[in-house]
Design a protein around this ligand. Structure first.
Ligand SMILES: Nc1ncnc2c1ncn2[C@@H]1O[C@H](COP(=O)(O)OP(=O)(O)OP(=O)(O)O)[C@@H](O)[C@H]1O
Ligand SMILES: [Mg+2]
Length: 528
């Protein structure tokens, strides 16, 4: 059991939510939804006890253990896979770290000896020596091969990273599992796997997602963050959508009736308040009028950003020629002898099981590899899958975007940010606190200002809410330049792409000069 009692959170003047009184019961699966920046991750961090609410309390069962999978899948990139899992039992991991640090000391004192003894005891009680073996069994059970256990997280593909992070969350046998956008970057097969896993999971799950299909499949309840409120509904996403539309309609209908009544009363009062014989009735109707309260219907915070990519200069005939490009990672071939000519009308869907190969190709094209010839009209913008390195400085959004704009006038930058849904004081916020989707919106703003004629996009829809995905999709269909995109979003591929480039597992390439539907008819393989 997990309960919110009058929980509220504000950052300076901005209220994310207030007076939250909801209860999560055992064994259900709750889907948390809301626009980018609504406060979903913040709410999960409050439930996990990582941040304190500004008001109210979180009450949890005395023995309930909570674990939490973070939104950033690159969060543990510099850790070894097995350690990442063991660290899921924080208490045990902290004991191990402290113990190891004491043994490494050169001036080992008597006090250290006593402390080490205490720690050894605790470690034994928590079955510490068994931990590595347990972690390995858990990983293997989730399909992570033994050969990957000693690698760094950064060398894993995203689907495997999610599985390791899930193993980390499961390691302490949690009663309540909190998951922040676990489906980001997952291909269809891995997403289905995760759905099955959660359907079989016996304890409570609270999961954030923007993926309708996923929410419909796994959730018993929806938790919606909007209008500074958090409301809980029984049912899956589609059920929530229908019932919230119905509630809005009922509120509008009832307001319409009340407005008619108000008008009728006002007319009466106006006509008869000067009339001595009717003035008594006019007074009582005034009282009736005061009692009618209209329901407050706030516009939803779900809005569409304005995304538009306009190239400064159109591409000439000569675009990109790739001649015998090969690439390896740790001795494994990613790309083998790629020969490719890109035309100025190409919108290429980059597909294949090996995410690292797709990312490597986009990076090689962006970074002017030796085996690539570029036409002299070419200008390239790149959306990398991992954008964390762009956001490590504590500077405001306005200052951040200024770096990428020729026009550095603050009014211009603020106006631009406004169209990307960062209004007023919001645009003075530091970039390091931005939500996952807000960071993506800023990266897209940067690309819009660059006015390039080639767009390289590596999983750009991860983190975005449905409205932003719709805006991005529309912008890409209207773009008058070349696109090379790696995405699992089928709609995006179908509406944008006219050529398919598949990187096979051995690094060889299938170059198919038609759309994805035709590709599937010829080669099959929906899961890619
Ligand atoms: N420390 C902070 N100071 C000020 N504002 C913050 C801070 N941390 C987060 N925010 C803001 O609070 C809002 C909610 O952030 P949060 O990460 O919870 O959003 P989210 O609903 O998870 O969005 P997304 O779907 O994009 O991941 C955002 O506008 C974010 O910029
Ligand atoms: Mg979030």
């Amino acid at each position: 059991m997990l309960q919110c009692e009058n929980v509220g959170l504000r950052f300076k003047d901005r209220i994310l939510f207030k007076n939250v009184n909801i209860k999560f019961d055992n064994d259900y699966c709750y889907g948390v939804i809301g626009a980018n920046g609504a406060g979903k991750s913040t709410f999960l961090k409050i439930l996990a006890g990582i941040i304190e609410p500004t008001s109210g309390n979180i009450i949890k069962g005395k023995h309930d253990r909570i674990s939490y999978l973070v939104q950033d899948h690159n969060a543990y990139d510099n850790d070894i896979v097995l350690d990442t899992v063991i660290a899921g039992d924080k208490e045990l991991y902290d004991i191990k770290l402290e113990k190891d640090a004491i043994y490494l000391k050169e001036d080992f004192t008597e006090e250290d000896g006593i402390r080490a003894g205490v720690l050894e005891d605790l470690f034994l009680k928590k079955n510490g020596w068994q931990a590595e073996a347990d972690a390995a069994i858990l990983l293997s059970g989730l399909g992570i091969d033994n050969s990957l256990h000693s690698l760094y997280m950064k060398d894993l593909k995203e689907t495997d990273k999610v599985k390791v992070m899930l193993a980390r969350s499961l390691f302490g046998n949690p009663d309540i599992l909190l998951l922040d956008e676990p489906t980001n970057g997952l291909d269809l097969e891995s997403k289905t796997w995760l759905e099955e896993f959660l359907l079989d999971f016996k304890n409570t799950v609270i999961v954030i997602s923007h993926d309708r299909h996923f929410l419909n499949k796994v959730c018993t309840h929806m938790v919606d963050i909007d209008y500074e409120k958090i409301s809980m509904f029984v049912g899956n996403y589609d059920f929530w959508l229908k019932s919230s539309e119905l509630i809005q309609k009922q509120m509008k209908d009832s307001n319409k009736k009340k407005e008619d009544k108000i008008k009728e009363l006002e007319d009466f009062i106006r006509r008869f308040s000067a009339n001595a014989s009717k003035s008594k009735q006019a007074t009582s109707r005034k009282k009736a009028l005061e009692k009618i309260k209209l329901d407050e219907i706030k516009p939803s915070s779900r809005r569409y950003p304005f995304i538009e990519f306009v190239p400064e200069r159109l591409l000439g005939k000569d675009v990109i020629r790739i001649n015998k490009l090969s690439c390896e990672l740790e001795g494994k071939t990613l790309i083998k002898n790629l020969k490719l000519t890109i035309d100025n009308t190409d919108k290429i869907a980059l597909i294949g099981n090996n995410e690292q190969a797709k990312t490597a190709l986009l990076e090689l094209i962006y970074n002017n590899s030796n085996s690539i010839n570029y036409g002299n009209t070419v200008s390239i913008s790149y959306y990398p899958k991992d954008n964390s390195k762009y956001f490590d400085k504590k500077i405001s959004m306005v200052k951040w975007l200024e770096q990428y704009s020729i026009d550095t006038d603050e009014t211009f930058i603020r106006g631009f940010l406004g169209r990307m849904l960062f209004s007023g004081e919001e645009s003075l916020k530091n970039v390091d606190v931005l939500s996952g989707g807000e960071k993506v919106r800023l990266m897209l703003s940067k690309m819009m200002l660059e006015k390039s004629n080639i767009l390289l996009l590596d999983e750009p829809t991860n983190h975005l809410d449905m409205e932003s995905i719709t805006s991005l999709n529309k912008a890409l269909t209207l773009f008058k330049g070349v696109i090379i995109i790696s995405t699992y979003d089928r709609e995006l591929i179908d509406t944008v792409c006219n050529r398919v480039l598949k990187i096979n597992d051995d690094g060889t390439i299938i170059d198919f000069k038609s759309n994805y539907n035709d590709y599937l008819k010829k080669y099959g393989g929906e899961n890619e």
